[in-house]
Design a protein around this ligand. Structure first.
Ligand code: PEP
Length: 251
């Protein structure tokens, strides 16, 4: 079964506007055509300008790194799904481990955000993953399964079929330590099995599951060659056009 292969760059809180536009321009120039999908998750203030850079390149899409769960209202400093949609954003990262840790976003809140993104017609990229303590205790599959159960397994078949999942072991994010291809494959195969059990084999086979955690040019080929790794969610290495282009080309 062929699934969409995706390279998603999470810029986090990096680059001013000029630098962000320059990065997007360099990426578009280096990757003029592709059967695969490239998603740029920029800071909010870059979205419109980066959207203008990628507007004629259909395999480049725009993502936000977060959104609020409410439709609108008195939530000072927050951004709604409708606002994102109105400037051409198509994807929203939900549940990144940095949002879970620093902004105390729990599984129940993330379920609300997932619902808001889907209700607004955008596509969530749902992040899940365990800490080092949980990995060392050997309970990582159960832990991540519970994240899926509490945040996305309430969705209808139709809604579930739209989302993208990113498995990101926290111990590998921004640390330079990457999960081995076998570790990524084992977890992602387990997640796909869970999805098949909860939904159907067809839906499981159609769900793109990305790996995230220190993906770089040196390891992307080995990771992406795993049967259940459908691309990567990339932080640090997505900030350099040359590195991210190598990763895109490894899809
Ligand atoms: C991330 O931000 O989701 C990520 C995986 O970061 P890095 O690639 O830097 O580990």
């Amino acid at each position: 079964m062929s699934r969409l292969q995706i390279a998603a760059g999470n810029w986090k809180m990096n680059k001013n506007l000029e630098e962000g536009v320059a990065l997007a321009t360099a990426l578009v120039e280096a990757n003029p055509s592709s059967d695969q999908l490239v998603i740029l998750a920029t800071p909010f203030i870059h979205l419109q300008a980066v959207g203008a850079v990628i507007k004629d390149v259909p395999h480049f899409k725009l993502a936000a790194q977060n959104c609020h769960q409410a439709e609108k209202g008195a939530y000072t400093g927050e951004i709604s799904v409708e606002m994102l949609k109105s400037i051409g954003v198509e994807y929203v990262i939900i549940g990144h481990s940095e949002r879970r840790e620093y902004f105390k976003e729990d599984n129940a809140l993330l379920a609300q955000k997932i619902d808001a993104v889907l209700a607004g017609g955008l596509i969530p990229i749902f992040c899940c993953g365990e800490s080092l303590t949980i990995r060392e205790a050997g309970t990582h599959v159960d832990f991540v399964a519970n994240q899926l159960k509490e945040s996305i397994f309430h969705l209808s078949d139709a809604d579930f079929s739209k989302l993208v999942i990113a498995y990101e072991p926290i111990w590998a994010i921004g640390t330079g330590v990457t999960a081995s291809p076998a570790q990524a494959q084992d977890m992602q195969a387990a997640l796909r099995q869970l999805i098949a059990k909860q939904y159907s084999q067809e839906i499981a086979d159609g769900t793109s599951i990305l790996y995230g955690g220190s993906v770089k040019p040196a390891n992307c080929n080995d990771l992406f060659s795993q049967a259940d790794v459908d691309g990567g969610l990339v932080g640090g290495a997505s900030l350099k056009a040359e590195d991210f282009t190598t990763i895109i080309k490894a899809l």
